[in-house]
Write a protein that binds this ligand. Sequence first.
Ligand code: TXA
Ligand code: MG
Length: 340
Amino acid sequence: MKTKILKPTTENIELAGDIIAGGGIVAFPTETVYGLGANALDPEAVAKVYTAKGRPADNPMIVHIASPLDIERLTPFITPVMEALIEVFWPGPLTMVVKKNPIVPDITTGGLDTVAIRMPDNEIALELIRKAGYPIAAPSANLSGRPSPTRAKDVIQDLDGRVDAIIQGKDCKVGIESTVVDLTEPNKVTILRPGIITSDSLREGLIGCGHTDVAVEYYEPVRETDKPRSPGMKYKHYAPKAEMQIIEGPRDKVVEKIESLRAKIENETNDNGTKKKVGVLLFEEQDFIEAAHEFFARLRDFDEEGVDLILAGALSEKDGVGYAVMNRMLKSAGYKVIKV
Ligand code: TXA
Ligand code: MG
């Protein structure tokens, strides 16, 4: 398939909207990461997204809308908690899982009776949805299992030749995917995937709207065998080609350990006789917003440079944005952590 690489001009966004309305698939920027979109109400178009990504069909997609009013077609009722979260956080990196209407095909929701919805905070994305005239189902625009794409070049690397078009926007502002919350239980907000909208900001937002009685909790699967509430959680994710190892502990000890491991590994050779390359991922302490912005891009850059081993300093924050980045870091490293 020949992929159109489109600069984000008005005409090109209109063209991309036509492609989506006609059942095609288009990658586009959002404020979090790039998405790969199809008409969410067209099962055949959505099937193309699964194929292009190599994504398991039971992993549901997020449906993107351009106005809070668009939610009314997708879900049978809007609760006061939904209203409050829309008011405070949309457009923005918050995805709400709610009961679905029959208009949303099963393939979009991986057979679930709920649908994940978000209104992105990115003009190109919003204009594309308006021009398409349909809600757009879009997972992140990476090949399944690869780090999420935060730059147009990452999308081109993964999807050129596999999709109808790629809109070449700027680098994504946030850098990690949206916070996903389940709102299907009354007076409860369950965080299925952490993001830059943290549990504290959710609580504050709700209290600001008069909801003092709503519990905000993380979903914790109790046993390995529990059916995951967010099917995406069970897959290996975000993996760089290099092996990755997390080092956790006090900053000075972490730096010391990374340096000694680096020196040791860089003395070793690969089977083909080349020296081993080590990449170090050590973010400024406390600057978690910057870590979120950089994380996926750095993993992809290490792969480009042919790094064999990535040594990453753990982010110690127990909640908040640091926790959200750490959630991705753990998955990328296959949960390999050395404590020092
Ligand atoms: O920021 C983002 O959310 C990006 C941009 C493109 O909007 N999208 C994204 O999509 O990260 P994806 O498909 O990579 O992740 C969607 C997550 C998955 O973990 C999926 O399992 C979960 O949302 N999800 C989708 N629908 C769901 C549902 N009905 N119930 C529970 N979890 C759901
Ligand atoms: Mg993804």
